[in-house]
Structure formats: structure tokens, C-alpha cells
Design a protein around this ligand. Structure first.
Ligand code: DAH
Length: 329
């Protein structure tokens, strides 16, 4: 019996020396320490010994058990800690992870371009609130009380006298109430309309309003300014036209179209803005003397400008926040 105990100890020690991987250690556990392992077998044998014999070997076999368990635990924790070290090793040869940096939305880029062109010809930038009074949005701009644009269908009313502005024109009123002529401003901003959403219209879009009030402002100047602006944005070979139109707050009024030839499709005229000479009634509403001053105004759709500039055919894509679209610009 004593020889068997010594054998197990010797073999165990030499087996343990060869261990370098967890699976090898596991094999040793099964060989010596499991329910059918060598140590258990020794104990079985020990149990069947007569009493006086038991006395002889009890201590040795218990010492062997302690030794085996202790050595096994030591090697196990060594293996675990060296594994943990390996896991936090830094691989300096890996390529860097790209940082994702946001970029300006295509509409903001277009707005920036529009602003910088107008700043270059002496306009300053002014802003007004998106929640606007019925008075500024309609009444002061000479919309008769029963004008169809006041219909609940087109407008998001907050209550009887406040609404989400349907255009940037009410800021004309705010500017003229605060500044004295000469006034030369553009007003970029969001506007809202209760429209059925389609490829062509959305309930929210952007406009840039323009207003110039001084003595002797003429329609020719208005046209000259808009043509020079559009050519700076789209190139000097731009094809454009002005059509007579109607707005309650301008007289005479016009709309400007530019020619658009999308790749592989038929060319067509695209309306980009409304404009005209400020109606004398509007000047009167803000206390500016229409006998002394004249003015011109215009309002352009930023989405329209961007559609043409970047060859996009669906206005909804500006508001989808689809990274595949946004990261192209
Ligand atoms: N506010 C008009 C609209 O949203 C556009 C417009 C037309 C603005 C003529 C003007 C203007 O300043 O003079 O349809």
C-alpha cells in the first residue's frame, strides 16, 4: 500500500510538470481527482483494509490527498492569471479605429451658400420665430380675411391667433417694425404647412426671405439681384425665366423658374422663388411712408434649390436622417 501511495505521488508530480494549458490540467484532474480517479481508488482500497492496517496508512493517504489538491489549485490559478494577462495585451499593429465625425446637413450647406452670396452683396441675416401671430403671418401682409391661405387646411394653428408660420414673410413685418430704411436683409428659417406629404411637398421646409427697402428701389434691381444670385449658385450658363404672378403683399409680383435637366430625364422648369415690389399697404402697416420709400421682397424654397443643385428627386429624403444619403455630401 505504501508503495502505491508513493507511486501515485511520483506520477502526479511528473504529470503536473508537463501542464501548460487548461485542458491538460483538466486531464490530470480526471486522472487523479475525479470520482473514478486514482486517489479515489486508493481510498477504496484503504477502506477494505483491516483495522490495524488502516492505522498504518491513514496519515500517508490523507497527506497525499492534501498534496494533490493543493498542487492542483496552485497550477490552476497560475494558468488563469497568465491567461487574463494575455487577454489585455495590446496589439500595436492593429489599424486605428476611425472616429465618426458628424457633418453639416445638405440643407444647411445649401443655406450657408445662399447666405454667403447675399452677404457678399450687402444683405445682413435676420431671424424670426417659427411660432408666429396670425397678424404677422397674414393680416399685416395684406391677406384679406377670407384668403384661402388662411384655411385651416394649409396652416397649423396653435389657437385662434397663433400658428406655425407658413412662410418667412412675417419676418418682413418684424424687421420693418424694428429697423428704419435703408433695410437690406435676408431671413433664413423653417416654415410649416399642413400638406399631404409626397415627393414634392413636406409639412416642414426651409425658406430664405429677402427684403430691400429704400428710396427708389426698382423691379429691375430685384431682377438683377436674383439673376446674379442664381448664377453664382448654379453657374453663369443657367437658364431662367420670370413669370408674372400674384402675392397679396407684393405688387407687381413674379415667380422665377430655373431650367432643370436631371440626368437621363426630360428637362423642365423648376419654380424656385416668389418675388415682387412690396405692396404700399404693407409699408403703411408698419409705419413706413410708401410715398417716400419703395421696396422689393423675395422668398425662395431651400429644398427646391438643393434638389436642382444636387440632382435629388424626392424632397422627403432631406428629412429621413438616412446616413447613406447624408454621408454623400
Ligand atoms: N411667402 C411666399 C410663399 O411662401 C413667397 C414670397 C413671394 C415671398 C413673394 C416674398 C415675395 O417675399 O415677395 O409662397
Amino acid at each position: 500500500m505504501i508503495a502505491k501511495i508513493a507511486d501515485v505521488e511520483k506520477n502526479f508530480k511528473s504529470d503536473l510538470k508537463k501542464v501548460s494549458q487548461p485542458n491538460e490540467l483538466e486531464e490530470i484532474r480526471i486522472k487523479y481527482l475525479s470520482r473514478k480517479g486514482l486517489l479515489t481508488q486508493l481510498f477504496e482500497e484503504f477502506k477494505s483494509l483491516p483495522r490495524e492496517e488502516k492505522h498504518k496508512y491513514g496519515q500517508s493517504i490523507n497527506e497525499l490527498k492534501e498534496l494533490l489538491l493543493k498542487s492542483y489549485d496552485e497550477i490552476k490559478s497560475k494558468l488563469e492569471s497568465s491567461q487574463a494577462k494575455n487577454e489585455t495585451v495590446i496589439d500595436y499593429t492593429l489599424p486605428e479605429r476611425k472616429k465618426q465625425i458628424g457633418s453639416k446637413h445638405i440643407l444647411i450647406q445649401t443655406l450657408d451658400e445662399i447666405k454667403s452670396i447675399f452677404k457678399g452683396i450687402g444683405f445682413s441675416v435676420y431671424e424670426g420665430p417659427e411660432l408666429e401671430s396670425d397678424y404677422n403671418n397674414f393680416e399685416a401682409l395684406n391677406f384679406p380675411g377670407d384668403h384661402p391661405a388662411r384655411d385651416m387646411q394649409d396652416t397649423f394653428f396653435i389657437n385662434e391667433s397663433f400658428l406655425l408660420r407658413t412662410h418667412t414673410s412675417p419676418v418682413q413685418i418684424r424687421v420693418m417694425q424694428q429697423l428704419k430704411p435703408p433695410i437690406r436683409v435676408i431671413v433664413p428659417g423653417k416654415v410649416y404647412r399642413n400638406e399631404a406629404i409626397s415627393a414634392k411637398s413636406y409639412c416642414l421646409f426651409h425658406q430664405v426671405e429677402g427684403l430691400y427697402v429704400d428710396t427708389d428701389v426698382t423691379f429691375t434691381e430685384l431682377k438683377g439681384t436674383l439673376v446674379s444670385f442664381a448664377k453664382q449658385l448654379y453657374g453663369s450658363d443657367l437658364k431662367y425665366r420670370f413669370r408674372a404672378s400674384f402675392f397679396p403683399f407684393t405688387e407687381p409680383s413674379a415667380e422665377m423658374d430655373i431650367w432643370w435637366q436631371p440626368a437621363g430625364k426630360e428637362g423642365r422648369w423648376l419654380e424656385i422663388l416668389g418675388c415682387g415690389m412690396v405692396d404700399p399697404n404693407v409699408l403703411k402697416n408698419v409705419g413706413i411712408d410708401p410715398e417716400k420709400y419703395t421696396g422689393y421682397a423675395f422668398g425662395m424654397g431651400v429644398e427646391r434649390m438643393a434638389l436642382r443643385k444636387y440632382g435629388i428627386d424626392d424632397i422627403r429624403i432631406f428629412f429621413d436622417n438616412d446616413k447613406r444619403f447624408l454621408t454623400q455630401f
